[in-house]
Design a protein around this ligand. Sequence first.
Ligand code: FAD
Length: 387
Amino acid sequence: MRVLISGAGIAGLSLALRLAQRGLTPILVERSPTVRAGGYMLALVDPGYDAAERMGVIEDLRKVRYAPQRLVYIKPDGTEDFRLEGRALASLAGDRQLSLMRGDIERVLYAKVRDSAEFHFDRSITAIEARSASVAATLNDGTALEADIVVGADGLHSRVRALCFGSEDKFIRFLGARVAAFVLNRDDFPDIGPGETYSMTEVGRGSAIASVGDGRLVAFFVYRAELAHKFDHTDLELRYAFRDARWHVDRLLAGLSKATSVYFDDVAQVVCPRWSSGRVVLLGDAGSAVSLIAGGGASLAMGGAYILAEALADMPGDIAGALANYEKRMRPLVDKGQKTARRNAALFLPNSRFHLALRNAALRLASSSPRVASIAGRLLSRGGDRL
Ligand SMILES: Cc1cc2nc3c(=O)[nH]c(=O)nc-3n(C[C@H](O)[C@H](O)[C@H](O)COP(=O)(O)OP(=O)(O)OC[C@H]3O[C@@H](n4cnc5c(N)ncnc54)[C@H](O)[C@@H]3O)c2cc1C
């Protein structure tokens, strides 16, 4: 079976790897000239961790993980408020979790699958046409490809979804915020130690600097925003959203001009009533983004990829049945993740002094007791779902 995958992110690469392991033929079309580097820090948990184990990549991921040692919370006046470290921090994260840079996950997956899949980098699908027993796709350089099934694993702004399911506005649920992240020049911040993260959350905005292993530092910004109001340049928008902010915010923003890749997007979910239409199916953020507030999008992307590959390999003669099984298995996990994000939005990015105080009180309590930290970890992000 030939499976054409749009997008070589965590979802697309994981799917390609498992398909190849099961003897199917993955073909990937990726708009970037190569697998993306950098990105932002994320925690691989629950279904993603399980899938990584089953696909035999957990040890490779363990080698590129970083170990958070200390989370320091800064008050709006720039002084330290409290810190989470030691057993409390370990309990907040839980046992089955790896802290990773998105780019490192993609690099590990790519190294595992590059020799068993066909890659078309710097390309994008421009047309998809259903045929009686196959599906045909045209790329932006005119290349024609034919496959048994097309998978849209091309993220929040999926091209496959736009081509086969409808325009973006039908599916995107904006959560009222934007996020930016980029890798900083290490030499500009000699005072940040290995494994340290410093973060400052105010009403409506938060900024952080995180040490993510290999001497790398990441700057992170999230803030309340309106969909209709967007500046032309990331720099202008961030400087407006963080005007008057104290602490290191100006220095972090100065790092933006030197950054080689910047992640900047709306904080949003994708709510799609059906993930498949004929021989076309959506995977990962393309069909079911939960948003960074839920904190499990990469894990769901990897877990979903594993389940989809298994379904296709187990039922090669019944594509509709395989796609229905994949959706039946993954839909409850996604619904739960999306609900968690909506429930936690006001705590993740407080919209009032009351919510800010509540959030800080919960984190301060967690910092004093590993038991409370473990409960807080489950409530705030980890769904505890196994594959
Ligand atoms: C700041 C931040 C923190 C996060 N933290 C966590 C966390 O702690 N834990 C967690 O599990 N998740 C986290 N997430 C969510 C997680 O990163 C995403 O859910 C996950 O990366 C989705 O993977 P994906 O492969 O579906 O999509 P993407 O990562 O968006 O990848 C899509 C791929 O498709 C390519 N592409 C796009 N358009 C086209 C096109 N037209 N043609 C060809 N290729 C195309 C892109 O270049 C990319 O390679 C976080 C997200 C953010 C923004």
